[in-house]
Ligand binder design. Sequence first.
Ligand SMILES: [Zn+2]
Length: 541
Amino acid sequence: MPTPPSRPGPPPRPGDPRRGGPPHRPPVRPGRASSADGPHLSRRGFLTAVGATLAGVGLIALNPFGGGESDVPSVRVLPGAASPPDAATHTFDTVIRNGRVMDPESKFDAVADVGIDGGTVTAITAGGSALRGGVVVDAAGLVVAPGFIDILSYEPNEYGIWFKIADGVTTNLGLHGLRSRAVDYFDVWGSDTKRPPTHYGGAFSDPWSRSTLGLGVDDPASPEQIDALVKMCDEDLTGGYLAVDFEPEYTPGVAFDEIKALTEVAKDHDVPATFHARYSDDVAPGTNAEALSEVLHVARETGARVHVEHIISTGGTYTMQQSLETLEQARKDGVQITACTYPYDYWATYLASARFNDGWQERFHITYGDLAIVGTGERLTPATFARYQAKNALTAAYAIPEADVKASLQADWVMLGSDAILEPGDKNHPRSTGCFARAIGRYTRDKKVLPLMDALAKATILPAKLTEGGADAMRKKGRLQIGADADITVFDPKTLVDRSTIEAPGVESEGVRYVFVDGHVVRDPQGNRTSVRPGNAIVGS
Ligand SMILES: [Zn+2]
């Protein structure tokens, strides 16, 4: 069995006892704000976080949403954050005033003012506290949340990335694997001409990398080829990639020895192995249960963190409740496994792909009329199926029970991942442009499937925690706390909704009013500011 080449370990990090750093701060229980909870500010601190001039203010009842005082989560301060500036004399670069500030990690939820200096949140104070700002944004009636992190996007192409911004996304990660070496990826997207408005990063792709060695999708890798893949993977994780992606459904030749060797590299870098699992239906041979069993086997054999990509379409369709229970039990047994989902009752892929090999009707419990051509919405018949298959048309399949969508959204360890970014020509699944607004607007507000704070967690702190082990930059994202990065999405909770459809995938979501990336406004009520490109590379540390 090949083993990853040794490499110099990274320096100890705060909070990483495995590497000799100081012990991690204790977990913070939602709904409590005692001194044992780590770096919270107390209620008094909440009122005085902006400076000593207010330190004499007495305790004031402040709980716009009910509940006893001791149950109100308070503003959290990230470890290492600078002292808040003196509000009496300080002019913040930007102040977001009177919004409903929600931080899913601490569960803080109150009308508050947010002060930003440079790329950092430097103050969160009671609403109406009259912070002065060079730019002042009125967020009354709006939710002010950490910017959304899309872990399952792709290269941030100039066209599609602006639809992500309109959907509230501030960090665009391609954990489904990128089709380039890390050094080339960061060269391209870090260049002046290509730099995106969102932060960007991604994962080593096993399917693409093995193809560069001449391996066909059905070919198992030889020991020498596995050695070569291990070397590429180690270089790419050292070069900044944040995960190692496998896609056994698309590369059925990939065997356990290849997966294990590369997952050990992932573990060495403290990044997750992400899986487009091997099977996507409940008809033997080759079931969702077998697919998840393989992923769990990898986790147990390597001790690495693993992640199931889009469990809604691969690993859980028609078996969601049972699939979630399987993974829930594994989590209780200590396996570090997570999953992501997209909130749609149809998937989409190319009509010539293996998904449409003989027997697709039985496997996916659908027929011709459940297939629709993306871009026109035309429903298929046996005759038109053959014609479009010859053209390899991108086709949506209404093959996901909505109960599975709801169940996946209700699991508190399942996060959101769009699994798409729109390309010019608008040929993509609507999830490429509406994933986040749909999860919050349709499934949270309208269908009441989950609380708003839980939905926000799936777009912010859960993806941050998935990636922060391998990338310190993610420790300041997915949070709205003092010291956090000023990546902030401000949306109207009454109107937020996706607008794109199979017929017209290229329609912006409705309701995202402001998007801040690294303190810069990239979207305001007039629309996207396409000349503003503050995106930074998110690289492994
Ligand atoms: Zn996939």
